[in-house]
Design a protein around this ligand. Structure first.
Ligand SMILES: [Zn+2]
Length: 297
C-alpha cells in the first residue's frame, strides 16, 4: 500500500496472489524494492493449455491469471452418434486435430510476437503438447520454457499452481546467466561495473543496461547531498556536505536507491538468489550500454 498526505494526497493499495514480506517504510520517495523483486521473479508468462478439441491461452502475471487471451471449444463431440458413426468421427477428428493445431500455433505466434511476451509454457496431454512443439516455428521454440502434463480441463488456479514453479526456475536460471555474463565482462575488461558505488554512478548517468543484485545483500545505508550530488557509503552522515557545505543531506537504503534509479531509467533488473561470482563482486553489478571516452584508457 502506498500512501501520502499533504497537498497532493495519494493512496494506492495493490493485491497479489504471492506472498510479500511485512514491511513498513516512511520516506520521501516510494519504497519499491520488494515490488520490483516480485516483478523479476513472477513477471508474466503465457500458458497454452489444450486438449484435442479445446484450447485456452492464458496470461499469468505475478502469480494470478490476469487475462484469458483466447479460447476455442468446437462443438465436435456433440455430433457423435447423432450424424456420424464412430469411425467417421475418429477419422474426422484426426484430420481436424491437425488443422486445429496449425490454427492454434498461428494464433499463438501472432499473439506472442505482437504483445512482446517472452516466456511460454505448453500444458496438456503429453501426446498433444509434443505434437504442438514439433510444429513450432523457431521464434516460438525460443520462448518455450517447458511442457507440463495436465488434462487440459483444470481450473485456472490449478493451472497457475502447476506451471509457476517452472517459470520461477527458468527466471532464476536467466538471472544466474546474467550474473555469469557480468562476471565474464568484469574479468575481460568488458562493458560492466561492480560494487555499490560504481553501480549508483552509472545508474545516475543513465548508462546501465541491466542491474544485477544479489538477493542476500545486507541492507546498508548511504547518504547523498541533494545540492552537489556527493555520495558516501557505510559512514555516519555528517551534518553538512564536505564538498559544497550544503545542508540538504539525504540518507538512503542502497538496494532501494539502486532499484529506484534503475526503474526510473528503464534498465533491466535481475535478482540473483545465489552466485559466488556476484558475491565476490560485492553483490551489485551493472552491464553497461556504452563506455565513456576516459574509460577506454
Ligand atoms: Zn554537497
Amino acid at each position: 500500500m502506498f500512501s501520502r498526505g499533504g497537498d497532493e494526497p495519494f493512496f494506492l493499495p495493490l493485491q497479489f496472489q504471492v506472498p510479500l514480506p511485512y514491511w513498513i517504510v516512511v520516506d520521501s520517495v516510494p519504497n519499491i524494492y520488494h515490488l520490483v523483486e516480485l516483478k523479476d521473479t513472477f513477471h508474466r508468462y503465457v500458458v497454452l493449455i489444450t486438449t484435442r478439441e479445446s484450447a485456452r491461452i492464458l496470461e499469468i502475471n505475478v502469480g494470478s491469471v490476469t487475462r484469458q487471451l483466447w479460447t476455442q471449444r468446437p462443438e465436435l463431440r456433440k455430433r457423435i452418434g447423432r450424424e456420424w458413426t464412430k469411425m467417421h468421427y475418429q477419422k474426422h477428428a484426426r484430420g481436424r486435430s491437425r488443422g486445429f493445431i496449425k490454427e492454434m500455433i498461428k494464433i499463438l505466434n501472432k499473439l506472442m510476437s505482437e504483445t512482446g511476451y517472452t516466456h511460454l509454457i505448453l500444458a496438456g496431454h503429453p501426446s498433444i503438447t509434443s505434437e504442438i512443439k514439433d510444429n513450432f516455428p523457431k521464434q516460438l521454440l525460443s520462448k518455450l520454457i517447458d511442457l507440463v502434463p495436465l488434462s487440459g480441463t483444470e481450473e485456472t488456479s490449478d493451472i497457475v499452481k502447476a506451471t509457476i514453479s517452472r517459470f520461477i526456475r527458468e527466471e532464476e536460471k536467466e538471472s544466474q546467466d546474467t550474473a555469469e555474463l557480468l562476471s565474464q565482462e568484469m574479468h575481460t575488461g568488458g562493458l560492466a561495473v561492480a560494487g555499490a558505488e560504481n553501480c549508483l554512478k552509472v545508474l545516475k548517468e543513465n548508462r546501465a543496461d541491466t542491474l544485477v543484485i544479489l538477493k542476500t545483500n545486507f541492507s546498508s545505508r548511504g547518504w547523498s547531498c541533494s545540492d552537489c550530488g556527493f555520495t558516501d557509503f557505510d559512514k555516519q552522515s555528517p551534518s553538512i556536505c564536505p564538498t559544497c557545505k550544503g545542508l540538504a543531506l539525504r540518507k538512503f537504503d542502497i538496494k532501494e536507491e539502486m532499484v529506484r534509479l534503475a526503474e526510473h531509467i528503464g534498465a533491466n533488473i535481475e535478482f540473483v538468489s545465489k552466485s559466488e561470482a556476484l558475491k565476490r563482486l560485492g553483490g551489485f553489478g551493472c552491464l553497461l550500454r556504452y563506455r565513456l571516452p576516459e574509460e577506454y584508457a
